[in-house]
Design a protein around this ligand. Structure first.
Ligand code: ASP
Length: 323
């Protein structure tokens, strides 16, 4: 009897907590360095979710490293109370194959809270590269085999995947230089310490516009409409047939969130996705805010499972996974 009363009291306490949720700041873990593309999406989303969450702050925590698996693991192991969330990208689907030994299970260690956006990537180069377009770049790469450096956000990251696909498509091995995110990689690219990088438009648009880097192509199936990017060819049209990568970002919590906490968070994501200010900021950076059913947790989960099924054989067939 006593035991039953204790259990009932504990359940009532959780219920009361869930009803009051959120009553203190929420931590949003970004698994990459501050100032990069994932961080940028997270900070805009945090701002847009504040109002629907009753004015409670959503504070970004950059838990960077190991291609985005350190931050994801931090959230997988956090208390499922709605105060520790994760914003992650396509790495949720590609890391299990690209990195193989990750310490969490994408399908069972998280609650899915809605997909946020789709973002194409751009192939960019250091400003001092002599090649002014993709054709000249192909020639330059052919002439510089064995000397080329390619930056990325760590093994398992989106830039790693795109860079490996690029080397594979060009049939040229390049030396990959891993960073904790593409923000620090961008600093080195601008400074000429590395030659190339594949990165989301949310990080590259401003640098391309300011002519701080050279841009060669986009990874989307069609050219983009964003003013600074609209003249760039697709990699597919540039001769790398079938080359296409689209990065998406989604929101997650640790598995086991109280149902009404998860519902409040998903409702807040949906409000953010309709926020004109959020949409405007994202569009200016080449990102497309989700308007389809993937904003629903069940569809988000289905989509990630489909992405795992899509990328796993591609990564394995290309032999582009890391040991
Ligand atoms: N763009 C990075 C990646 O390649 C992630 C980041 O720095 O936000 O995965």
């Amino acid at each position: 009897m006593k035991k039953l009363l204790v259990v009932a009291a504990a359940l009532a306490a959780i219920g009361a907590q869930a009803q009051d949720y959120p009553s203190k700041p929420i931590t949003l873990v970004v698994p990459f360095a501050a100032g990069g593309p994932t961080d940028r999406v997270a900070r805009d989303l945090a701002e847009a979710m504040r109002k629907p969450l009753g004015g409670v702050s959503v504070v970004v925590d950059n838990a960077a490293g190991a291609g985005g698996s350190i931050g994801a693991n931090k959230v997988a192991k956090a208390a499922p109370d709605g105060y520790t969330l994760l914003l992650h990208h396509i790495g949720m689907a590609t890391l299990p194959t690209l990195l193989r030994n990750i310490p969490y299970k994408v399908e069972s260690d998280f609650d899915y809270l809605g997909l946020v956006n789709d973002v194409p990537m751009t192939l960019i180069g250091r400003p001092s590269l002599p090649a002014k377009n993709f054709k000249e770049l192909s020639t330059w790469i052919g002439q510089n085999k064995g000397k080329i450096n390619l930056g990325n956000a760590g093994i398992g990251s989106a830039s790693h995947l795109c860079g490996l696909m690029f080397q594979n498509a060009m049939a040229v091995d390049m030396t990959t230089v891993p960073y904790k995110g593409t923000a620090p990689a961008m600093t080195d690219l601008i400074g000429g310490q590395i030659d190339f990088m594949c990165d989301q438009t949310t990080n590259t648009t401003a640098q391309i516009e300011a002519k701080k880097v050279l841009a060669y192509a986009v990874t989307s199936p069609k050219p983009l409409t964003t003013p600074a990017l609209k003249d760039l060819p697709t990699l597919n049209d540039s001769g790398l047939k079938g080359f296409e990568v689209s990065i998406w970002h989604g929101l997650y919590g640790p598995k086991g969130l109280p149902a009404d906490v998860a519902a409040k968070l998903n409702a807040a994501v949906k409000v953010a996705l309709k926020d004109p200010d959020f949409i405007k900021k994202q569009e200016a950076l080449g990102a497309v805010v989700v308007t389809d059913k993937r904003m629903e947790p069940a569809e988000h989960k289905k989509f990630v499972a489909a992405e795992i099924a899509k990328w796993s054989p591609v990564i394995k067939a290309a032999g582009v996974y890391a040991d």
